[in-house]
Design a protein around this ligand. Sequence first.
Ligand SMILES: [Mn+2]
Length: 589
Amino acid sequence: MAGASGWIFTICFILAANYVCAHIPYSYYNSAEPDSPTYVNVQPSNKLSRQSAASRLAAVRAVMSERQVDAYIVPTADAHNSQYISPADARREWLSGLRGSSGTALVTASRALVWTDARYWTQFDVEVDSTLWDLMRQGVDDSLQTWLVNNMADSVVAVDPTTYTRSAWTTLETALAARNITLLAIYENLVDIARTRLNDGPPDRLNEALLPLTLQYTDTLNVRGSDIPFNPVFFSYLVIRRNPTTNTLNSVILFWDQGVLATNIAAHLASENVAVQARPYADIFDYLRSLSVELGAGGTIWLSDEASHAIVLAIENGPARILSTSISPVALKKCVKNDVELQGFRLAHIKDGTAVVRSLYWVEKQVADGVNVTEVQLSQMMEKLRGEEENFMGPSFSTIAGAGENGAIIHYSPQEEGPQRVIRPDDMLLVDSGGQYFEGTTDITRTRHMSASPTPAQRLAFTRVMKGQIALATTVLPRGILGNVIEVLARKALWDVGLNYGHGTGHGVGHFLNVHEGPIWILSGPTADDPGIAPKMVYSNEPGYYEVNEYGIRHEDLMESIEMNNTVNHIRVSQFPFILWLNHVEQND
Ligand SMILES: [Mn+2]
């Protein structure tokens, strides 16, 4: 219809986490739990053997040569800027053999390099054939962008545009143009083509059955999925079209799997008065190309900068105008919870708290009885006990169980493969874990000493961290204040005695969605797009202290911002069913 406007929201699974990483340096500006794209290993290691490493690399180079590509970038990323990556998108791991959860590979005719952070430098030596691949140490060696600028002048560098956000693409494209390097978008993924030729094609993209939420949540469609580990989301795009003349909803189109909605989902959507047309997931790009033509120069398509470059590219060659905002309006709506969601959060925390208490009781008893319990066994016990709670849908992220010195490694997560750390009686034990429940998402950290004999330094730090957590949770705040302004509240008690911690203090939390959900954050530096605190937001509150090679301490609960009475335009936050676990450690400070 001529003159109609199309309004487009892509369902982005994780939004601001990567955005934050791209704009501010590491450390105080990152969450305690990993918040960069993460791939959880599921590939059997024999599939990624050093014996086949040369043939995997050669196969990709052959495809590059056919496409006249001089360099090909393979990030750890999917089409939706997800925090967790599905096996179908684990291309960097397949190509390089590096099984670490994050990194970016680059292949040229003569070189193969993989950038990864310090967690995986040792692992690189074990898993990657260094006669084929060079390790580029993130934060030490030249960045990918610098390396390309210095080494690839007058060439063509290609990327799958679904694996780069528009904002990341623009940054790289601008830098490369200075050296006459063309950044080329090739929609077909060259690694997938190479894999298929080697009869080792990527695993099918999961399209698990959708789960309707029967309550009246504000989320766009009230539907959840399970296509990605820990995140109850599904691979999809959503287009919402508005009729500008009548200012009414024109149509809602969901691009999902083969485009056929199950009867229960169709009925659910109808019951919520949402008439959704379904189309195949893969049709989105062609749809957008023709939509731009259909709308013409008078039409407007609204996108977030966090949409993939592939999405923007499909539209921008057409006549319709693009309205680009740094954050999706859906994300801004989603971070203010409704009463049903908040009630659900509270219920989820009561159940989750039970499972956590039982887990910690179990591990303390085992250790006291002289039974060997490893960090992984504790993680498994926590999942088992959470599983005994009603409507538990799985962990909300990979459990961080750090005994002794492992507690001081900020993004540590014990692995089932390899040597196991036994939890010892003289250990401080840091456990950061969470659950997904039909009613809500949890994220909780507890630190315990296994034999009630902490050192004076441990007592001091434990108490100071607790004081900071309480200060942040109990301060009355003016509406709209930014996360980075209130962050000092969590640090003051530590600063007073010359202590500090090297990660951010809080993140928004999805409602039975991603445990890290922007655009609200409580970090040391300003974050673009922070809308400021408002009533009914849910944040984590997780200060810590880390003595490298010895122990880690972190206390974490989720908080709900509550509107104060009618006297002022102020609000305060309140811990969720806040069990103040004043254990033996801090009472001695
Ligand atoms: Mn957290």
